[in-house]
Design a protein around this ligand. Structure first.
Ligand SMILES: NCc1[nH]cc(CCC(=O)O)c1CC(=O)O
Length: 320
């Protein structure tokens, strides 16, 4: 028999089955294939709890890892070698034995407004009293309520196409969605307006992919180095450190923005009450090498300015 250069075992990539997850995973597969033409990369698609439970508000399910747990079990059982996640769906604490192998280059991290055609020529600030805005995110809800208390907010679930169909059918006047999802699914034209960061800060990790693998799996970790984007990684490490420091075991409205100029990383963080009445926001800069410390320190600053009381109230509410 002749030796074949593709003799190494195929690398199995775990993903959710949703359209967005598949597009993201096919992109990861193509990048890996390009960097390592002698290896084969196979995709294994799985359903997660978050894909199955579609009739309950996300904020009510409240379980972290809703979109990631099955993939993590697949990693631990060795059914797959790496798992591709939207980084914002990946909890800040990973199960023992797993690690965040790399963070890929971020696309637009901002939230986007998508309007029903009847509002085609409006802007957010000019929406009339009672306009029905669909969102399943407490973060988007709290920030928009803070700035636009006259709007009406209505929960929405389902994948991107389902949500857009509900908007077009007139169940909502507008939706807030991640611009990244619309771009990746080839629908950038549905973005009416990006939410400016003065109005709404995005979710931790939004717009980036996080690739999880087994701790100590040097072969896979070596492959993943090829996909790492250093700036995105440092920004997201700061964002995730802030979230890790602030979260108290349930979904809370926490938003961020980050940037790097020269070697200085700037992180903006925000915690809001669900009714949008209280909103605490602050900024901290430092060396990119201290990303984790910047995140943790900013979290402490927010706590001292009243974020702790907001978080305590949300946790108490969730328990009652
Ligand atoms: N929680 C669902 C989810 N997870 C990742 C994205 C979009 C892509 C991204 O943020 O990277 C979305 C949809 C949305 O928030 O509109």
């Amino acid at each position: 028999m002749t030796a074949v250069s593709t003799s190494a075992r195929p690398v199995r990539i775990g993903t959710r089955k949703s359209n967005l997850a598949m597009v993201q995973t096919e992109w990861v597969q193509a990048c890996l294939q390009e960097h390592f033409p002698n290896r084969t990369f196979a995709i294994e698609a799985m359903s997660t709890q978050g894909d199955k439970i579609l009739d309950v508000a996300l904020s009510k399910i409240g379980d972290k890892g809703l979109f990631t747990k099955e993939l993590e079990l697949g990693l631990l059982d060795r059914q797959v070698d790496l798992a591709v996640h939207s980084l914002k769906d990946l909890p800040t604490h990973l199960p023992e034995g797993l690690t965040l192998g790399c963070i890929t280059e971020r696309v637009e991290p901002a939230d986007a407004l998508v309007f029903h055609p009847k509002f085609a020529d409006r802007q957010l600030a000019a929406l009339p009293e009672g306009t029905v805005v669909g969102t399943s995110s407490l973060r988007r809800l709290a920030q928009l309520r803070h700035h636009y208390p006259h709007l009406v907010f209505k929960d929405i679930r389902g994948n991107l196409n389902t949500r857009l169909a509900k908007l077009d059918a007139g169940e909502y006047d507008a939706l807030v969605l991640a611009a990244a999802g619309l771009q990746r699914l080839g629908m950038p034209d549905r973005i009416h307006q990006l939410l400016p960061s003065e109005i709404s800060l995005h979710a931790v990790g939004q717009g980036a992919l996080g690739i999880e693998c087994r701790e100590g799996d040097t072969e896979i970790l070596e492959l993943l180095k090829a996909l790492e984007d250093e700036h995105t990684r440092d920004r997201c490490l700061a964002e995730r450190a802030l979230l890790r420091e602030l979260e108290g075991g349930c979904q809370v409205p926490i938003g961020v923005n980050s940037s790097i100029e020269d070697e200085t990383l700037t992180l903006v963080g925000m915690v809001a009450s669900l009714d949008g009445q209280q909103l605490i926001r602050d900024t901290l800069s430092g060396s990119v090498a201290d990303a984790d410390t910047i995140g943790r320190t900013l979290a402490q600053k927010l706590r001292e300015q009243g974020a702790q009381a907001i978080l305590d109230a949300i946790v108490a509410e969730a328990r009652s």
